[in-house]
Design a protein around this ligand. Structure first.
Ligand code: HJ1
Length: 713
């Protein structure tokens, strides 16, 4: 199970991060790292070179966090680009088509008058292995030399089967400039599996067919097939992940960064560097296939809580039974004294655990969330939910040394005390923090929390800042703040708990999740559990039986308590839409993050019932509060509700969002917890009509049922 003697990552009972990892490189890189690092020392710029360390490698003793070149603005604020490393998918397509740019050419400092590029990526999806034989041939150690494209995936040093894109964990990072065109060929070689990739945070304006939602915007990509996604990215920190089944939890995710010229970022004066290597992708990690947890087990490995947390696919694992700890490398971010760095944090968790990030000895200045800039706020720790992104600035203003980064899984992750460490290291300083590694219970001191779990958001407090207290740093369409929206939708959501006698009736095969505690549940939004149609809404609408569709106003006859249909709400193009999400689940410690495809919405209010006598909120009570004007809405002149695409609805509380429906299409709106998606916590917002959409791309794949007349001969 553990990294064994065949690999350099033997179990050790010491928690110390061994310096023998100095030559390990977990991600492919196109050129010899020795050569590229050799060139670093000779570059000019800030006295000590911030790039030399960032990716780390032979000189710095850590592990390359990202195969792309680093990029920065120098002390004068001028963009500068250093070619640290080279990676290219080196495909026939790139060679054939000179108009295309390779990943390393696209990950660059963005300038105002530079022509956009067409950035080409090729993802090969496979069944793969953590600590497979690649780790014997190319993990650098005493006998192996460094390979430029080492396909060894270490994760947390615990062997398991996984799914990968290009044999990397996380998969390839897409880093481009605003206005670049991004082309990704997804080649599916996962045995017996279909897949789609969703580009989380990318609005897909004009490219609605490439949002990657199975049976909404495309047919799933069959094994052996290649599907070409093409889109132009809105600026910000985003990520991609599989939107089919449970594949995301088995490893199919990666970062997306769409940069802008500094002049276009209202917060660019707050940082000196925006490095390709300072992306911080957080994921939760199991030591078995995600399918082992779905529908779920009753005796061993029950529930869906993860064994571990990874930072950029890296980490260590302490076996709770033996106390033994793997000694795989931790993620290292390197900074230079006196400089200010933009970090781009992505919460790619699949489980219900919120993630709490703390940097020892450093404040975090939050400057953007879900890709959208906000007025800067200083905090000491950030709590985020699945699907959210937070960009923050760290100033290298402490004693040059090495500092712990702690990522704790909260909520259900508190049972196993799942956490991971990383290291914030000052260039040319020590590799190891001088303090003891923080434990789950005795962590790094917390101070001001971004996104407190108690969701007490209607007051100003000195220990926390709520998302609804952030201020948008960009212009807000005044119509968003008008008193009455054009469309107002209340969406209560909860679980339906099956009695086993009902669930296991002969000749019925209803889906369910065995929740922690053993309840057999499905998800309901407005009393409907979402079922995907048999063919994509966007491209084969007419192939779908109209009776397949439903919503709160149109429930199928006899739909019952476990009403399953394609939940679709129609919205007129350009309407100002308000959605009130109401948590009827009411499980303490469980707050559901709702993600809307195709848009960033403004978060108008977050709250709980002000009525002390009301112990549990529900739709009826929320409607009543609304009538009495007691739902919190920040709509005053000068209010600047932040723009996001994923927001946690506090347990026993509500969230109010608004957006202008100016992006026609079929947009999934759903809880971002993976196991809640597969039991129906979704709906589709159809904005506008088919006529508002670009034509279906030529030769767009089709799919559907095959039910011909039964041949009698
Ligand atoms: N009030 C009724 C009981 C109930 O709703 N039980 C579901 C609990 C649950 C479901 C899914 C999860 O992922 C989770 O963590 C907890």
């Amino acid at each position: 199970m553990f990294a064994g003697t065949a690999t350099p990552f033997r179990e050790s009972s010491s928690s110390a991060f061994s310096s023998t990892h100095g030559l390990v490189q977990t991600h492919p890189s196109g050129s010899d790292p020795f050569a590229s690092f050799g060139s670093i020392g000779s570059t000019s710029g800030p006295s000590s070179n911030p790039f030399a360390s960032s990716g780390s490698g032979p000189l710095s003793g850590g592990v390359r966090s990202n195969p792309l070149p680093s990029l920065a603005r120098n002390a004068n604020g001028k963009p500068s680009l250093k070619h640290l490393d080279f990676t290219s998918s080196a495909t026939a397509e790139l060679r054939r088509n000179p108009a295309l740019s390779a990943p390393d050419e696209c990950a660059r400092a963005c300038r105002e008058n530079e022509p956009p590029r067409i950035c080409y990526y090729h993802f090969t999806l496979e069944l793969y292995t953590v600590l497979g034989a690649a780790c014997q041939v190319c993990t650098p150690n005493a006998t192996n030399v460094v390979w430029s494209h080492c396909q060894c995936v270490l994760a947390d040093g615990v062997e398991r089967g996984i799914l990968t894109a290009n044999r990397m964990l996380p998969g390839p990072s897409i880093q481009v400039c605003e206005n670049d065109k991004v082309v990704i060929d997804v080649e599916n070689h996962m045995e017996g599996m279909e897949v789609t990739i969703h580009w989380h945070g990318i609005w897909q304006r004009g490219s609605q067919y490439y949002d990657g939602v199975p049976f909404v915007t495309q047919c799933p990509i069959q094994q052996g097939n290649t599907f070409r996604y093409q889109w132009q990215g809105n600026a910000g920190t985003h990520f991609w992940h599989a939107h089919t089944g449970l594949q995301k939890l088995d490893g199919l995710y990666g970062s997306i960064v769409v940069r802008q010229p500094p002049s276009k970022d209202p917060n660019s004066h707050l940082y000196d560097y925006d490095l390709t290597t300072h992306v911080m992708l957080l994921s939760d990690w199991l030591h078995e296939d995600a399918a082992e947890r779905y529908p779920g087990r009753l005796a061993v490995n029950t529930g869906q809580d993860p064994e571990n947390v990874l930072i950029n696919g890296k980490g260590q694992f302490r076996d709770p039974n033996t106390g033994f700890m793997t000694n795989t490398p931790l993620e290292v971010f390197t900074i230079t004294p006196g400089r200010r760095y933009r970090f781009r944090m992505i919460n790619a968790f699949a489980s219900v655990c919120p993630a709490q990030v703390t940097f020892e000895g450093h404040n975090l200045t939050v400057i953007a969330t879900d890709g959208e800039p906000v007025h800067p706020v200083q905090v000491n720790t950030i709590i985020s939910f699945s699907g959210e992104r937070y960009d923050f600035v760290i100033e290298a203003n402490n004693i040059p040394g090495a500092y712990w980064i702690q990522v704790r899984g909260l909520g259900e992750c508190g049972i196993k005390r799942a956490q991971q460490l990383g290291i914030l290291r000052y260039a040319r300083g020590p590799y190891q923090p001088s303090s003891q590694p923080p434990t789950y219970d005795v962590g790094i001191p917390q101070g001001v929390v971004m996104n407190p779990l108690d969701a007490r958001c209607n007051i100003t407090r000195n220990d926390a800042i709520c998302v609804s207290q952030l201020k948008n740093a960009k212009h807000i369409d005044p119509a968003i703040l008008q008193e009455r929206p054009d469309v107002k939708i209340f969406l209560p959501f909860r679980f339906f708990v099956y009695r086993p006698e009902m669930l296991f009736q002969p000749n019925t095969y209803n889906r369910y999740l065995v929740a922690p505690g053993g309840d057999h549940v499905i998800s309901l939004i407005d009393e409907i559990s979402y079922m995907a149609p048999p063919a994509p809404l966007i491209s084969q609408y007419d192939d779908i039986n109209p009776e397949q569709f439903c919503n709160g106003d149109n429930r199928p006859a006899n739909c019952g308590q476990n009403c399953m249909c394609t939940h679709k709400v129609d919205i007129p193009l350009n309407a100002i839409v308000e959605v009130v999400l109401v948590d009827e689940v009411q499980i303490a410690n469980l707050s559901h993050p709702f993600h809307l495809h195709g848009y960033a919405y403004n978060v108008i209010g977050i709250g709980r019932s002000p009525d002390q006598n009301v112990k549990k909120i529900n739709l009826k009570h929320a409607l009543d509060l609304d009538r009495r004007g007691l739902l919190e809405r920040h709509l005053k002149q000068g209010d600047l509700p932040p723009a996001k695409d994923t927001i946690a609805v506090p347990n026993n509380g509500y969230v109010i969002i608004r957006f202008r429906a100016n992006n026609p299409g079929f947009w999934l709106f759903h809880c971002h917890f993976l196991f809640h998606i597969v039991i129906g916590m979704n709906l589709v917002l159809q904005v506008g009509t088919q006529a508002d959409l670009p034509p279906v791309p030529p030769n767009f794949p089709t799919c559907g049922d095959h039910l011909p007349p039964i041949s009698l001969h």
